[in-house]
Write a protein that binds this ligand. Structure first.
Ligand code: IMP
Ligand code: MG
Length: 175
């Protein structure tokens, strides 16, 4: 880890846990009889998705796609690359995309468009955090955990140059 970097806890673990419980209740209400496919976006969503599915007590399936929009560091390149696309057929399935953070919206707009073409029965988005001040492309978040300020965040799956994903809290990174 970079010894110069300073971390401040923005969202402590207890608040993340209660947020995920509320999201799980809403998802349960809407999907408990639908055998949904929860589609995590790698890598950032893996922690949130793991926390979320353990609060869901009904039949569901999990799949991942991997996209990359960032080069290294904190700036989006503005271009989204599908690094690993869908390997299964989602036609007629209820797909719930699970994401760690919606920032500019570029990644989600690209991914939702990609998925829509595959004709799922329904397509919704569940995001742990939203940074609306940075939005460049409109994205509808059907299930939102927390609105966060325009700071670079790490922890709970969020990284900076692949570091800090393992922090239990969501922290602000100040270089
Ligand atoms: P968007 O395409 O700009 O909405 O970016 C979405 C992706 O950028 C997220 O899935 C994250 O991987 C990454 N990202 C956006 N903001 C942050 C942040 O504050 N910390 C770490 N990663 C971020
Ligand atoms: Mg991500």
């Amino acid at each position: 880890m970079n010894s110069q970097a300073k971390l401040h806890v923005l969202v402590p673990r207890a608040e993340i846990d209660s947020t995920i419980k509320k999201l799980a209740a809403a998802v349960t209400r809407d999907y408990n009889d639908k055998n949904p496919l929860l589609l995590g976006i790698l890598k950032g969503s893996f922690v949130f998705l793991a926390d979320l599915v353990r609060q869901l007590n009904f039949p569901l399936e999990v799949e991942f796609v991997r996209v990359s929009s960032y080069g290294s560091g904190q700036q989006t390149s503005g271009k989204v690359k599908m690094v690993q696309g869908l390997k299964l057929d989602v036609k007629g399935r209820h797909v719930l995309v699970v994401e760690d953070i919606v920032d500019t919206g570029i990644t989600l707009a690209f991914l939702l468009d990609y998925l829509k073409k595959k004709k799922p029965a329904s397509l919704k988005l569940c995001a742990l955090t939203d940074k609306p001040s940075r939005r460049r492309v409109p994205v509808k978040i059907d299930y939102l955990g927390l609105t966060v300020p325009d700071k670079f965040l790490v922890g709970c799956g969020l990284d900076c140059d692949e570091k800090y994903r393992n922090l239990p809290d969501i922290c602000v990174l100040e270089e």
